[in-house]
Design a protein around this ligand. Structure first.
Ligand SMILES: Nc1ncnc2c1ncn2[C@@H]1O[C@H](COP(=O)(O)OP(=O)(O)O)[C@@H](O)[C@H]1O
Ligand SMILES: [Mg+2]
Length: 181
């Protein structure tokens, strides 16, 4: 059975989104269901609520095409994995809103079989109807994922004209420069 994906979203802050997402995920995990919590809020309250910090990878990498299996980390709770957030996610929101098709990056990352290990996936959204929340409200579809991943675009470094490639039609990294620059 495919994972059931729930976005916990509301434009207002302080209304219980994070509390709901963390507790639903933790209770279902305790009941034996494999759960994943994806922290989509740059304030990272779900991450800290589970006693974690984003040391290195984060939801930002998930949106930038890194496979979910490399980013979902176990928590102190059995059956509950987390993709943590960190403040740079705020920059991703700006980048996503400037990219054609940027509203589907998260859906593409959460398409099966990436989410197959999980019974439930909870997306803890930021308190705004911006690009991150819009991403969370998109339904994962296989066809969308295939068409996006089949597109490889060559990008030029602004300063030295060296070129790099990305599996995404547009990277959400603020600086598109190749690593060698
Ligand atoms: N059902 C509830 N009853 C009372 N207080 C709650 C409830 N849910 C959340 N809170 C409190 O409300 C505050 C905001 O909750 P939070 O989940 O961080 O909101 P959001 O994610 O929408 O910003 C927190 O202090 C939290 O402990
Ligand atoms: Mg919150």
């Amino acid at each position: 059975m495919p994972a059931r994906v729930y976005a916990v979203a509301n434009q207002k802050g302080g209304v219980g989104k994070t509390t709901t997402a963390v507790n639903l995920a933790a209770c279902l995990a305790e009941a034996g269901e494999r759960c994943l919590l994806v922290d989509l809020d740059p304030q990272a309250n779900a991450t800290s609520g589970l006693g974690r910090r984003a040391n290195g990878v984060s939801t930002h990498d998930l949106l930038d095409g890194v496979p979910l299996s490399q980013l979902a980390k176990p928590t102190a709770f059995a059956n509950l994995d987390l993709v943590p957030a960190k403040p740079e996610l705020a920059a991703a929101a700006v980048q996503l809103s400037a990219i054609d098709g940027g509203e589907r990056y998260l859906a593409d990352a959460l398409v099966a079989p990436a989410t197959d290990p999980y019974a439930f996936v909870f997306l803890d959204c930021p308190p705004a109807f911006g690009a991150l929340t819009v991403n969370a409200l998109q339904r994962p579809t296989v066809s969308s994922s295939r068409s996006r991943r089949s597109t490889t675009r060559s990008r030029a470094c602004r300063s030295c004209s060296a070129r790099s490639t990305s599996s995404r039609p547009g990277s959400i990294r603020a600086s598109p420069s190749p690593a060698s620059c």
